[in-house]
Write a protein that binds this ligand. Structure first.
Ligand SMILES: CC(C)(COP(=O)(O)OP(=O)(O)OC[C@H]1O[C@@H](n2cnc3c(N)ncnc32)[C@H](O)[C@@H]1OP(=O)(O)O)[C@@H](O)C(=O)NCCC(=O)NCCS
Length: 150
């Protein structure tokens, strides 16, 4: 069975947070607190693999772009195409809204291995690094801004 993606309902938000809480190499406690707010503030879409919640993507819309605010795949499902399916779904959402640009901010700490994999993921899926800020004021640590033209 493949990956199925759909808009989250309220009761999925806590399960999404549980997925992220288990990914402490990527998400700090302060990040998790912000995530809890953003999951409700912006559209969250869930991916199911064989009927089980496997990951989610949280999207913020503007007139010109769609921003990936949060993206996470359950540890045991990573590397099985769930993240790629969520990105593809987000791109479809953007196209339907008539938006031609996707953006995502991610860690620019080049010496921190977990985010090396994350950046490789975005780059291999067509995202280009266009801006590096160190420190990014909102995070107090390095940030790289990636964009993808649809
Ligand atoms: C980055 C992430 C969303 C990718 O989702 P995924 O389902 O593991 O990715 P897919 O299976 O669709 O694609 C696998 C690709 O991602 C890369 N990848 C990145 N992180 C990976 C990980 N932790 N495990 C396995 N593959 C990973 C692989 O190198 C692979 O690349 P390739 O197909 O070009 O060889 C997911 O690994 C994750 O949740 N990581 C931790 C949280 C995170 O980084 N979130 C984004 C914050 S901006």
């Amino acid at each position: 069975m493949g990956v199925v993606v759909r808009l989250c309902v309220e009761c999925d938000h806590d399960k999404c947070l549980d997925i992220a809480r288990d990914l402490r190499d990527w998400f700090s406690l302060s990040g998790l607190e912000k995530m809890a707010v953003d999951l409700r503030l912006y559209d969250t879409h869930c991916a199911y693999l064989d009927g089980e919640l496997a990951g989610f993507i949280n999207l913020k819309y503007s007139a010109t772009m769609v921003e990936i605010v949060w993206l996470a795949v359950k540890r045991e499902f990573q590397g099985h195409g769930v993240g790629t399916a969520l990105l593809g779904y987000a791109e479809e959402v953007a196209r339907r809204r008539g938006v031609g640009l996707m953006v995502v901010k991610t860690s620019g700490d080049l010496g921190y291995e977990p985010y090396t994999k994350t950046r490789r993921f975005y780059e291999s899926r067509g995202f280009m690094p266009i801006l590096s800020v160190n420190p990014y004021p909102e995070w107090g640590e390095p940030m790289i801004l990636y964009v993808k033209c649809l």
